[in-house]
Design a protein around this ligand. Sequence first.
Ligand code: 2HA
Ligand code: ZN
Length: 269
Amino acid sequence: MKSILENRPALAKQVGDVAEVAGYLWQKGWAERNGGNITINITEYVDDEIRGLKPITNPVSFGVYLPHLKGCYFFCKGTNKRMRDLARWPMENGAVIRILDDCKSYVIIADNPVCPTSELPSHLSMHNFLIGKGSTYKAALHTHPIDLIAMTHNRAFLEKDKLTYLLWSMIPETRAFCPKGLGIIPYKMPSSIELADATIKELEDYDVVMWEKHGICAVGENIMEAFDMVDTLSKSAQIYLTAKSMGFEPEGTSPEQMEELKIAFNLPK
Ligand code: 2HA
Ligand code: ZN
């Protein structure tokens, strides 16, 4: 069977980047079993031939009305599929979906009938929110970073922007490259509409949000950018816990040093 990626190098590059990031997630130990999910909005790479492709599944409802997604196309990791397999065989462990005109359901169009991620409601809600506000962001990533999830088991860290300032103060890169900080979402049932709604609310202020005792969600221009933000935050968490395990509280950069970075990098917060 001919793959939808054949003779479409720009689209193949997007899926290739997803596969590369899926490999990193596995190597980092953030993607046990089927843990985590990735979706990218590929509508800009869709040509008339793709638009004419017959669905390979019946319509499936995703449980929410998302008006900005009408006619959009996404590449999605499959539910119950492993990141480490997505890394090697993206089109066997993910699929391209088309959002139908009712804005509440999708069909799979290629390459295989791989049912999309269990977190589809939150992923599609994030894409709908991004398009609605005129953002150029195309990627949404959810993964399970050990260090950052562990931090959400401490109630003191769940206070608004407590973790943001702590992680920013561990290394200047985090302040510069995760400039909006880290939003916190109190524990909600995985895959639920409540989790999706709470996530998009936090995206008003943040590009990266923690799901308490579960994982992290990041949105970005592309999948590499979304991954880089999570990787940078995790590096800060590692520095914090390395200092703690050496028996001391890390000092952190000072408010003056933070302010200096804010001016130098023209940061929003
Ligand atoms: O896809 O991580 O949150 C598996 C998950 C659900
Ligand atoms: Zn998860």
